[in-house]
Ligand binder design. Sequence first.
Ligand code: UTP
Length: 297
Amino acid sequence: MKRRLSKAIFPVAGLGTRFLPATKSIPKEIMTLVDRPLIQYAIDEARAAGVREFIFVTSRGKSALEDYFDHAPELEAALRRAGKTELLETLKATNMESGAIAYIRQHRPMGLGHAVWCARRLVGDEPFAVILPDDVIDAETPCLKQMVEAFEETGGNIVAAMEVPPARTSAYGILDIAEDRDPLVAVRGMVEKPAPGTAPSNLAVIGRYILTPAIMGHLNRIKGGAGGEIQLTDAIAREIEETGNVYGFRFRGRRYDCGSKAGFLQATVAFGLARADLGPEFWDYLVEMVAMRRAAQ
Ligand code: UTP
């Protein structure tokens, strides 16, 4: 029997070393694209896909994240007194209802698979989404919502996928395609960061997944055996071997790798330009900047 997706795991326990020194005291997920933290984009996407239970896998030093989702009564009262209703609404939209959000600790950063496994008791015997907040996806229909529609059709595990240039395949998990039924792709395998020239395709997995409870079972078994990092890819690869019940999904939209500095800057430009209140001024500035750089060359 197919079950509705209502839970999402947000693994945010990584060290965020690529953004040091900022991430010495600020969780990566609190860093802002224009004026909203990365985590807000992820939460909004999950909500739009029907998610009602939000599970954060956190670590030491992430308390700013927990505070972010708390109500802020003093701030709300001050904005109300000042008649700043629009700001008040913006602020209230970040509140999470009591009991909708749970925090689980990952004591050591033992990999994404391990972080997901940490949430096993909260997930129970239900399908669940995994959202990596540092992948920000700009899409007309939010990416996870597109995936939920595909999940309702197949009932299988779904991983978001996008074409990457052949020179970039070694930076991603890459799908070995059995049958391409665009946008869904039946897969016969998945290789993590293949050596250059050995990738089975150029279809790369990015940070959105809808997974069945069987994946937790695989993580359980992998955890028993492995000493080092526990990869989510390995658990999905096992499921492909055992049941073949795994699909890639080519989403419609543009993904920004906000876990990297270059990707974060690109997203900042794209989201800044898209804003009605900032876009025109920002555009003029960029045009002037580019002209100055060109003239100086
Ligand atoms: P990354 O590979 O981006 O690692 O993790 P990171 O630690 O966040 O950043 P860098 O590479 O050191 O700069 C992908 C996602 O998996 C989570 C991260 O928080 C991020 O959302 N993760 C990774 C965990 O929750 N636990 C881990 O042990 C590893």
